[in-house]
Write a protein that binds this ligand. Structure first.
Ligand SMILES: Nc1ncnc2c1ncn2[C@@H]1O[C@H](COP(=O)(O)OP(=O)(O)OP(=O)(O)O)[C@@H](O)[C@H]1O
Ligand SMILES: [Mg+2]
Length: 387
């Protein structure tokens, strides 16, 4: 039977107006949805292009309620938001995807990892830390990784401790400690699960981290892993999202250890930095897929159209203020370069200002071009006065 939908299809309410939100808003427009964004900063990257922005904090119950009143479905682009308000709204009949209960499990890294363990999903061995003291760390054994239970992102809230000599780096907050995984690779699998239960994965990608910063430096899609690892990773990622009964896109970050064993590091209940390449490199990008999932539409094909490498464009260290783009023409003249800038009015050191996806039939070439962009600093986002 022919389905009939209203048009616009839906009013999407989005908590968070950053780059992920901006790319969700673009997909929403394409798919025939309108969008309202809640973000504390007027003219946020997503707010600039959304139908409307409500200026307010992610924890402001009143503003979240205002957003819900104006929209058919609520979703979010970050985890650090008022989950209790979302739970109340759900109870009052407002669709919220992913659900408040999924968000609550994930918001706290300890709860999240216990949940994964309870569902038989392999993760590094861990222990809760009430207040960081050397003795329990020593008993657990170095090398270890201490993680804040809440509020960490982009490697903030993570302290890698190779030996007890660096114990002074410890985080003075409620946290957990876990085994340092001597890893061969870090990979991620994006999983989309719809309100109907339909589920699809994207091919695993490889994340190369910035040394010392715990920040994504270079992404390769697809990951260079053997079939056994690939199957393990996909199966674990699906099992993770099924266990959560999650609706939307989920980024499942994993380690592959030196023995080829796959362990889940963490789950992001949202679109993910490891899926930016899907805009050009896959039939359906992660942002549209997220909307399809939360609106109960059929999921799109996740098939890869081209291998890709992706780099984040970070604000130059030591420079803050109104951005200036150095080396733009040189960068755009490289075949296969797809540039995305996020419309942020101010740059600061290591701030995510944009990204570049490089398509090439040969992934080694894509990687070489990405590395050349980095090494030669072909493109730089600095500040006008260089300060
Ligand atoms: N158990 C571990 N063993 C080895 N390295 C680890 C471990 N846990 C984390 N790391 C390193 O630290 C990085 C950041 O950790 P994690 O993903 O838990 O933090 P995050 O701040 O939530 O990250 P992001 O927002 O960047 O995804 C990982 O990508 C990895 O490089
Ligand atoms: Mg991470």
């Amino acid at each position: 039977m022919t389905t009939i939908h209203p048009y616009p299809l839906a009013r999407v309410g989005l908590i968070g107006g950053g780059q992920l939100g901006r790319m969700i808003v673009k997909a929403a427009k394409r798919l025939g949805c309108t969008s309202v964004v809640l973000d504390p900063v007027e003219g946020s990257p997503a707010g600039q292009i959304a139908t409307r922005q409500i200026v307010g904090d992610y924890h402001d119950a009143g503003k979240i309620r205002q957003l819900a009143a104006d929209c058919d479905v609520l979703t979010f682009e970050l985890e650090d938001i008022a989950a209790d308000t979302l739970a109340e709204l759900e109870a009052e009949g407002h669709p919220v995807h992913p659900s408040a209960s999924v968000l609550k499990v994930i918001q706290d890294k300890l709860t999240q990892k216990r949940f994964l363990q309870d569902h038989g999903i392999p993760t590094p061995e861990l222990e809760e830390v009430l207040s960081p003291e050397l003795e329990p760390f020593r008993t657990f054994g170095f090398p270890l990784v201490q993680k804040a239970r809440r509020g960490g992102y982009d490697g903030r809230g993570v302290a890698v401790m190779v030996t007890e000599a660096v114990f002074d780096k410890c985080l003075p907050v409620p946290s957990l400690i876990e085994r340092f995984v001597d890893r061969a690779k870090e990979i991620a699998v994006l999983v989309a699960r719809s309100t109907t239960g339909e589920i699809k994965t994207y091919p695993a990608v490889e994340m190369c981290m910035h040394p010392g910063e715990n920040l994504l430096d270079l992404l390769l899609a697809p990951a260079d892993i053997d079939d056994a690892v690939r199957e393990q990773a996909e199966e674990i990622a699906i099992r993770t999202v099924e266990a959560l009964q999650g609706v939307g896109i989920f980024g499942v970050e994993m380690f592959v250890d030196k023995g080829g064993r796959v362990l889940v590091n963490e789950v992001a209940p949202r679109t993910h930095n490891s899926g930016h390449h899907t805009i050009e490199a896959n039939v359906t990008d992660q942002f549209e897929q997220h909307l399809r999932a939360i609106l109960g539409l059929p999921l799109g094909s996740t098939e890869t159209l081209s291998p890709a490498a992706m780099i984040n464009l970070l604000g130059m260290p030591g420079e803050s203020g109104k951005p200036v783009l150095r080396g733009l023409d040189e960068t755009l003249s490289i075949p296969g370069v797809c540039l995305h800038l996020y419309g942020k009015a101010i740059t600061s050191p290591f701030r995510k200002m944009g990204h570049i996806t490089i398509l090439d039939r040969d992934i080694a070439m894509a990687m070489a071009k990405a590395k050349a962009l980095r090494v030669r600093d072909t493109i730089e986002i600095g500040s006008e006065d260089g300060l």
